[in-house]
Design a protein around this ligand. Structure first.
Ligand code: HEC
Ligand code: HEC
Ligand code: HEC
Ligand code: HEC
Length: 108
């Protein structure tokens, strides 16, 4: 009986952990822009062990799209600036990842 209870408790803990984990989000996100399409490898950045909060600010759950605030919200930088500061900023800081306009914005 004790063993059964232990197993039940363990399973309940696993379920709780799975429910508490934030959704991982898409593997890649494609942004269409006049400059040319940008593909963002989301899963790859998660594998680099960059904290979710680095990009999603404080644990916003579920992570809303950047455009929910950047653009409509006066106290938030414009969408283009938000992306460029975050994406290009980090690539410069780490001297890794695309930094040139055409390395990100691909024309078909
Ligand atoms: C390097 C930056 C970066 C990191 C690190 C990152 N994300 Fe994201 N994530 C993004 C961007 C950019 C998008 C696309 C947002 C958009 O479409 O406006 C996104 C999208 C998402 C979405 C989908 C949102 C939607 O409504 O379409 C979820 C969920 C998500 N991320 C969760 C996570 C979690 C959980 C982690 C940590 C394990 C994480 N992200 C780490 C940048 C990042
Ligand atoms: C819930 C609203 C909200 C969402 C969603 C959001 N932001 Fe922000 N963000 C803000 C506000 C407000 C500011 C300005 C206040 C501040 O600097 O904290 C800001 C500031 C920034 C800044 C400048 C300050 C800094 O941290 O360097 C960048 C870059 C940025 N956001 C990028 C993003 C990106 C990229 C996404 C999507 C992955 C995103 N934000 C999602 C509200 C949001
Ligand atoms: C906090 C740091 C950080 C942020 C923020 C970040 N990146 Fe990166 N990114 C990296 C690093 C580090 C690499 C290099 C990975 C490698 O070469 O192993 C990289 C690589 C890439 C690559 C090349 C992937 C490949 O297959 O070689 C693309 C494309 C990219 N990033 C796009 C973006 C976009 C778009 C954003 C903003 C939505 C972004 N990144 C935000 C750190 C970041
Ligand atoms: C690390 C990747 C990255 C680099 C490097 C980069 N961009 Fe972007 N850029 C983005 C992302 C992501 C967006 C947001 C896409 C959207 O608005 O849907 C964006 C948006 C834009 C926009 C607004 C949308 C549009 O096309 O009208 C312009 C203009 C732009 N970038 C021009 C540039 C120029 C010029 C350079 C070089 C100086 C550059 N970008 C470098 C990722 C990048």
């Amino acid at each position: 009986m004790k063993v059964l209870i232990a197993i039940l408790a363990f399973s309940a803990a696993l379920v709780a952990a799975a429910l508490a984990a934030p959704p991982a989000g898409p593997a890649t996100v494609t942004f269409s822009a006049r400059m040319g399409e940008t593909t963002f490898p989301h899963a790859l950045h998660q594998q680099l062990k960059i904290a979710c909060e680095t990009c999603h600010h404080t644990g916003i759950e579920p992570a809303p799209r950047c455009a929910t605030c950047h653009g409509p919200q006066e106290n938030a930088p414009e969408l283009k600036d938000a992306f460029h500061r975050q994406c290009v900023g980090c690539h410069h800081e780490r001297e890794a990842g695309p930094r040139g306009c055409r390395d990100c914005h691909r024309k078909p």
